[in-house]
Design a protein. Structure first.
Length: 155
């Protein structure tokens, strides 16, 4: 390191010493920071649980036997911001229907061999409206319907 003395002005006895930095001392080694970042990423990926996102919050079950959703027609009843609840016919189809369209949907599904119907209703939907959907399903001969619920928490 070289030291230079420099005078600030005439008659002043103050001098400044400047040091030069070498190029390697000015660089920052970020390898440990990258290692820690990847370790944290791996930790959170391993410890997180992957739950399918459900936009319907169904009530908790007390009794009952499960129905296989793979071979069933699914009707989703969601609470809308304004007006009556919306009815989605089929799982993730985006087909929105009215209460009168439920019977025709169940009949089409029965022709394809799906006689089990699962009604997935949001907790905040009025019970009377969910009953009306169940009555529309019951109007179709041979159709059996179930209400989707959450598993009872085990303590």
């Amino acid at each position: 390191m070289s030291r230079r003395r420099r005078s600030l002005g005439a008659g002043e006895g103050v001098s400044i010493v400047r040091r030069r930095r070498s190029g390697s001392a000015a660089d920052l080694d970020i390898t440990p920071m990258i290692d820690v970042t990847f370790l944290l990423l791996i930790f959170f990926m391993v410890t997180s649980t992957m739950n399918p996102a459900s936009d319907v919050h169904v009530p908790v079950a007390e009794y009952g036997v499960g129905v296989a959703a793979a071979n069933a027609a699914i009707i989703t009843v969601k609470l809308s911001d304004n007006g009556p609840p919306t009815i989605e016919l089929g799982e993730d189809t985006g087909q929105i229907g009215a209460l009168q369209d439920v019977s025709a949907f169940v009949e089409r599904e029965a022709l394809e061999g799906r006689f089990d119907v699962i009604i997935r209703a949001d907790r905040d939907v009025p019970h009377g409206f969910v009953q009306k959907v169940g009555q529309q399903v019951a109007n179709v001969e041979g159709a059996l319907f179930s209400y989707e619920v959450e598993d009872k928490p085990s303590y």
